[in-house]
Design a protein around this ligand. Sequence first.
Ligand code: ZN
Length: 296
Amino acid sequence: MAGAVTTSETQLRHDIVEVGRRLYARGYVASNDGNISVRLEGGRLLTTPKSVSKGFMAPEMMCITDMEGKKLAGDRSPSSELLMHLEVYRSRPDVNAVVHAHPPLATAFAVAGIPLDRAVLAEVITTLGSIPIADYATPSTHELPDAVRKYIKVHDGVLLANHGALTIGTDLFSAYYKMETVEHFAKISLVARLLGGERLLAQHEVKRLASLRGMYGIASPGGICIDDAGTAGAADEASCQAVRAPESPDERLVPEDRAEALMMSARSARPGDDTEIRLTYRQLTALIEEAVRSLQ
Ligand SMILES: [Zn+2]
């Protein structure tokens, strides 16, 4: 619960500076992007000021606000994106810290409209489950908290369409480490797709990993539900952490038999043979359409 904040305000000011430094050093923010907040005792928040690079903050720069975002102390004003943080604290009494950044690869998935929801890495399944995309909303308006509200009840990490990412935790560093996990997952997913596609973990393995959460004491706001690979939308991302996993292991984005058929056809195509080339092109188009459908 919210009352569990025991770290001193002085320490938390230093911790925000350190988290900001890491976000900047890892290239998760450019210019003055991003914002960080943490609960203080007495229904208050300590948060980063607007118009400051997160890589070069000092402890005394932070603002203290109430839970409506009204400034109570500090020389500077809080970020306009604090509205999104306030929504998280309202929805999640178990959460004590919020980190928002624009890590480039996770943000690229958010821009492409591709959620990070495939069963690929054990540590992602156990910690975050899936990372859905909240609808696009104009930054600093009330649209953004509205878009985030739908997912934040059961997710600790959310992509923000055409914007960035949001991670939350019981303390500042757990919220920050989830941001690292989201960006790491995005990087591995992108490269795996460039290399021909991820081999997904099978449903029974996802269920096994989900059951390990209890054993390792990983607190999660929502359970994992299985979404059959290729049938996006079958599971409700707003009520559970929908992870896409096939029934059998080794299922790929482009099934092996289709890829094999394409290779065979390409090998048999002779230069100048229009019929063969048209057939190959049609097959290629079908494969691309299938891949795009799977990605959506
Ligand atoms: Zn932002």
